[in-house]
Ligand binder design. Structure first.
Ligand SMILES: O=C[C@H](O)COP(=O)(O)O
Length: 241
């Protein structure tokens, strides 16, 4: 299957722009609140209204360690057709003895035909995030039969996915997941010049925010031209020149 493009958006107007550009998955996020910053329920709702089922929508729910206290996700989950939901595993520690970083969603959302499904998140910079290491996360995702694993960077400081996870090492890490039929999304301050390497890794999804924003600043607004360029490049059969 060809690669698909996820774009993180902060508002209804950005969501409209992304849908029109042909993005495959709209991801709702407050980028000022870190890698997987949760938007307010009001923002999430306004994005669902404008997207109106034209494109699937995923939601970033913050770091799991903070989540139960901060947001009543059950309320949101029950009222909106969220395709995917993802919590970050920072602060949970490195050890395999720890509690799973990705909770089972409440039973009412667990029916196979009833999204949202939970995405397992591996932080490439897991050590500074005090998160489970990718090897542990890989086995966890296979054991728990996750459908999608996202690899992202926790620290949005200009470093990129490949600063933390060398492409060859990443390819080896991805293989058992791909063998298990788990889809992989790659993120982490990805840049245009990384596209050939990203394509060679054959992820199911490429996930971006900064790369499609003005001045490549993830907290700035979406840049329509960058957005179109990334949609075309990710969907193209050949790598961009
Ligand atoms: O889910 C994807 C992230 O929003 C990627 O953000 P980024 O490209 O700014 O690292």
């Amino acid at each position: 299957m060809s690669m698909r493009l996820l774009v993180s958006v902060q508002s209804a107007s950005e969501a409209e722009m992304a849908v029109r550009a042909g993005v495959d998955l709209i991801d709702v996020k407050d980028t000022t609140q870190g890698s997987l910053g949760a938007a307010t329920e009001q923002t999430i709702r306004s994005i669902f209204e404008v997207v109106a089922n034209r494109t699937p929508v995923s939601v970033a729910a913050g770091e799991w360690i903070d989540s139960p206290a901060q947001t009543d996700w059950q309320h949101t989950i029950e009222r909106l057709p969220i395709a995917w939901i993802k919590w970050g595993p920072s602060g949970l520690g490195h050890s395999a003895e720890l509690a799973p970083p990705h909770p089972r969603l409440p039973k009412s959302t667990q029916a196979p035909s009833t999204p949202p499904r939970s995405v397992a998140v591996a932080y490439a910079d897991w050590q500074r995030a005090n998160a489970p290491c990718p090897q542990w996360l890989q086995q966890f995702a296979i054991d728990q039969q996750f459908r999608v694993v996202l690899v992202d960077t926790w620290g949005k400081d200009g470093s990129t996915l490949f600063d933390w996870f060398a492409p060859a090492e990443l390819a080896s890490w991805m293989q058992p997941l791909q063998d298990a039929g788990i889809a992989i999304a790659l993120a982490g301050s990805l840049r245009w010049e990384m596209l050939p390497t990203l394509r060679s890794l054959r992820p199911d999804w490429i996930a971006v925010r900064g790369a499609v924003c003005h001045s490549a600043n993830r907290n700035d607004g979406l840049d329509p031209q960058r957005l179109r360029d990334w949609v075309d490049a990710v969907h193209a059969k050949e790598p961009p020149k």
